[in-house]
Design a protein around this ligand. Sequence first.
Ligand code: PEP
Length: 251
Amino acid sequence: MKRRPLIAGNWKMHTTTVEARELATAIAVICAGLDDRDVLLSPPYTVLRDVAECVSRTGIIVAAQNVCWEEKGAYTGEISPIMVRAAGGSAAIVGHSERRQIFLETDELVNRRLTGALASGLMVILCIGETLAEREGGDTFAVLERQVRKGLAGIGGEAMVGVVIAYEPVWAIGTGKTASKEQAQEVHAFIRSLLAAIYGKNIADQTRILYGGSVKPANIDELMAQPDIDGALVGGAALDAQSFGRIITFR
Ligand code: PEP
């Protein structure tokens, strides 16, 4: 089953307005003419509109790094799906490990975010991943199954067209340690079989599963050659147009 590759850049808490516009513009130039893959940029909220402007009419998707489930209200510090859309975004990341680990977001909270975002028409990247202790304790698959089942609770098969899963082993994020292509493929195949058990084979075959965790120009090609790896969620290397450009143009 051929799935359209998706390369996503998570800028985390980086870039002021000038930096964001420069980076987005440089990436837009690299993407010109690339029509067999999707590219997504996820800048901080404060520059969402700037980035959307810089990449308008390029097909590059602009995503928020998190999103609230409500449209508006007393939720200090949160941003709603309609605000993301009004700023030019069409997608959101939820459940990133930094949100889970540093800000103590639970599977239930992640599920509320995902449900609200999908309901308002945003594409959602649901991040899942085990910690080093969980991997070493032999709990990787159990943790991922819990994160998938709870993260997608209440989401019907028809809504899965708007969902992308990102497998990001926590021990590989920002550490320079990448999961080997075999380790990543093993987990991606597991996630796809889990999706098949929940939603059936067709939906599992259509759902894109990204790998994230120290993806670099040097390892993107071998990762993308794996049958169940449909793209990458890139942190550090997404902040440099040349590196990200090489990742986008994987072979
Ligand atoms: C991420 O932010 O999701 C990520 C995978 O970061 P890095 O590529 O820096 O490991």
